[in-house]
Design a protein around this ligand. Sequence first.
Ligand SMILES: *Cc1c(COP(=O)(O)O)cnc(C)c1O
Length: 377
Amino acid sequence: MNERIYLSLCQESGFEKEYIAKALTTQWITTGGSNVDEFENVLENYLGEKSFVSALNSGTSAIHLALILLGVDKDDEVICQSMTFSASANPILYQKATPVFVDSESDTWNICPQQLELAIKDRIRKGKKPKAIIAVHLYGNPYKVDEIHAIADKYSIPVIEDSAEALGSSYKGRKCGTFGDLSIFSFNGNKIITTSSGGALVTRNLSQKKKAIFYSTQAKDPAAHYQHSEIGYNYRMSNICAGVGLGQIKVLNENILRRKENHKFYNEIFDQIEDVELLQVFNEDYQSIYWLNAILILPQSRKRTEDLRIELDKENIESRPLWKPMHLQPIFEKYPYYGGEVAENLFKMGLCLPSGSNLTREEKKRIKKVIFNFFKK
Ligand SMILES: *Cc1c(COP(=O)(O)O)cnc(C)c1O
């Protein structure tokens, strides 16, 4: 059997060991520490533009702390893009707040500006202005930044920008992760770079960053003894994980180039196949790292998405349906939803294809063969 080809897995850059060794030899094998400080500095320089980074133990923790910093509490409502990974929405429930889901538009597959405004107006009419909006750059593809933020500004609602899949993507020359009132990244093992497990919260000023670190380290009040007047969390990144991140970030640009090459590879394949669309950037304002490449097999095709997934799997190649929209998930289906069937149809037609930075020429050959055979039959 051929070796399994995964959707997206990080691999060692070779630079990690030196930083991990530093954590070990300096006997700082806990959370925080010099690697963590350095990792935050590197990210702040990379993002530029008023970005203050707190390194955390996951992207999910970063979203949770973003909600806490915005004061989201049990009687609040938070708007969230429906088409996303559940980690975007779960922290709303951690706060016992109510998620309000919004459909996608078909240009970027991200939160739809029209439906967003309808949702805001309707929630206000029903008596409550949403406390925050969570917008996601799905698969590295930026959402409609100008439109979404114009609406958020019009109603004075802060935006949490979920950039978990979009480190290195940009819109009109500005990096993803710089648009939100608060933004987050994930360094899980399947993202463009990893800390093995980790994430970051990006705030717009130093006092917010200090507050985020305070909450992530058990909310210890200044005192010699352990004194607490607020709920704390154990969300800080470890010095070992930050060492992995420092080694990884050295190859971020290389990884982005590789992912763009993967996109070119799939473009060449699907240019030759009818009734299949590959996810593209909407126009030249949008730059994507193509974290994952995803296709839609259109209804007029004789072929079904699930059959392609099975064919690929037979050859030990992983592919997966798109994120199943949150408003269709058992845990979330009872909450309000605004929109039609855009996200639902994307989910029905869509498939994510192997897109790792380490995809070899041989592996691409195997993938190409299965795809061509499948559509030829
Ligand atoms: C990966 C991911 C997250 C969560 O990040 P973790 O580090 O795994 O907690 C959140 N949102 C999106 C869109 C993601 O893809």
